[in-house]
Design a protein around this ligand. Structure first.
Ligand SMILES: Cc1cc2nc3c(=O)[nH]c(=O)nc-3n(C[C@H](O)[C@H](O)[C@H](O)COP(=O)(O)OP(=O)(O)OC[C@H]3O[C@@H](n4cnc5c(N)ncnc54)[C@H](O)[C@@H]3O)c2cc1C
Length: 426
């Protein structure tokens, strides 16, 4: 059996960074990936420009990682966004900051980032093999022994870092291979689910495609519990699709659909869209009333079409049982109040989310109670490490998941490299 200090399985951001950190300790490192190239998912992240990190400080980053972000405190404190920025700038990759702290390479090309990581790993002597699917891990009495490849070959190592990602967008290679390996070592896998994913709805106005393609800008989308209380609300842009809603704020709300459904054991969850989040319900009501009052002979639909998205108006009128052809002079009180309320809280029932194939991120993963947060080492199997999306950590899109992958990858690699060498010396 060949013997390496460290074997890393998976050439995504977490695997590449852990290989580099292990090699920086002086360890001999083998990186294995089953795909024909490394960093495939990283290459399509951030719309193909690679949202390499987010410039926020650690506390803020954690706020944007609603799936167990606090687990990352110690790894982010040691290798967080400023260290990631320094790391890439040290490799000659200039970065720029865009909206909400999102950092991209100045080249606007993900390839620049992937090539820089591969170049650095190569310069440190990391042996990288593509088209090398790992079949299983080799465990012994004293801990990890190495890995077994799909072709039957066995490769020994003092430490193995599992960086195989989650299950989302499986054509990039993230097919969930690492979970059964973790279970074989005694680890618990928390329930896996697609997150940062479009939301589905069976509402008639969705199913009949009345609103398909309609974008709403700078609105608030809230997920409500069965009592009508906001569980979460996000402000920004969204779009109606043929199956439900998508766009940045819909993706952010998606994980809460599952959460509310499970907690309250309900098949559908109510979403509320606030078209005018800067105005209170009273302000919005009197403002809209003022608009129609100013043109008392015009129909409501004609007065309001410049203020409320025109394609949404028929749905709002129908919900409020208000005739679009009414004028201010004949405005019925209750339907008008229902209309004004719907403008501030347009309700639709969400039935679930789209599948893993369309999810940016996987929720759930290796249970964090079984992982040391400083080193990413398994508490159950000496020499076994996990990093990146395979862990039960997930953030919003915007560079948070990639930051988590780099940070946990760095912690795992640095510790695995150091531990493997000191074991060798001892
Ligand atoms: C379209 C898209 C856009 C995204 N945009 C953003 C964004 O803007 N911001 C953000 O923070 N996050 C974004 N993400 C999420 C982010 O890309 C992931 O969280 C991140 O890539 C996870 O890194 P990872 O190293 O854990 O795993 P991955 O990047 O999934 O890499 C896992 C690697 O393991 C390899 N592998 C799997 N099984 C085996 C095996 N048996 N043997 C050998 N190798 C194996 C795979 O081939 C793959 O290369 C996006 C994701 C997608 C799909």
């Amino acid at each position: 059996m060949n013997k390496y200090d460290v074997i890393v399985i998976g050439g995504g951001p977490s695997g590449l960074m852990s290989s580099i950190a292990a090699a920086e300790q002086g360890a001999s490192v083998l990186l294995l990936d089953k795909g024909d190239k490394l960093g495939r998912k990283l290459g399509i992240s951030g719309g193909g420009r690679c949202n390499v990190t987010n410039a926020k400080d650690t506390d803020e980053l954690i706020r944007f990682i609603p799936g167990n972000g606090r687990f990352l405190y110690s790894s982010l404190n040691r290798f967080g966004s400023s260290e990631i920025i320094d790391f890439f700038e040290g490799l000659g990759i200039r970065l720029k900051e865009e909206d909400n702290g999102r950092m991209f390479p100045v080249s606007d090309k993900a390839k620049t980032v992937v090539e820089a990581l591969i170049g650095k790993a190569s310069a440190l002597g990391v042996e990288m093999r593509v088209n090398s699917p790992v079949k299983s891990l080799l465990y012994g009495e004293e801990g990890i022994q190495g890995v077994k490849l799909q072709d039957g070959a066995e490769i020994g190592a003092a430490a193995v870092i599992v960086a195989t990602g989650g299950r989302s967008v499986p054509h990039t290679g993230s097919t969930g291979d690492g979970y059964p390996w973790a279970e074989a070592a005694g680890h618990t896998i928390t329930e896996l689910y697609p997150t940062e994913v479009p939301i589905t709805s069976a509402e008639a106005f969705i199913q009949n495609r009345e609103l398909q393609g309609l974008s709403l800008r700078d609105v608030e989308l809230a997920v409500l519990d069965p009592k009508g209380k906001k569980v979460i609300a996000h402000r920004g842009d969204m779009i109606f699709t043929h199956f439900g809603v998508s766009g940045p704020i819909a993706l952010r709300c998606s994980q809460f659909i599952r959460q509310v459904r499970r907690k309250h054991r309900i098949p559908e969850v109510t979403l509320a869209i606030d078209l005018f989040p800067d105005r209170s319900p009273d302000e919005a009501g009197s403002w809209l009333r003022g608009l129609v009052q100013a043109e008392p002979k015009k129909t409501l639909k004609n007065v309001l079409k410049g203020t409320i998205p025109e394609r949404l108006l028929p749905v709002l009128f129908k919900k409020a049982e208000l005739s679009p052809d009414t004028t201010f002079e004949h405005l019925p009180k209750e339907p008008w109040q229902a209309f004004a309320a719907a403008v501030k809280s347009f309700r639709l029932q969400a039935s679930g989310t789209r599948p893993f194939e369309e999810a940016f991120v996987t929720g759930g993963g290796v249970h964090l109670k079984e992982i040391d947060p400083g080193t990413m080492q398994s508490k159950l199997m000496p020499g076994l490490y996990f990093c990146g999306e395979i862990l039960d950590v997930h953030g919003y899109t915007g560079g948070y998941n990639i930051t988590a992958a780099f940070s946990t990858g760095h912690a795992a690699g640095a510790h695995a490299g150091e531990a493997a060498l000191s074991r060798g010396r001892g």
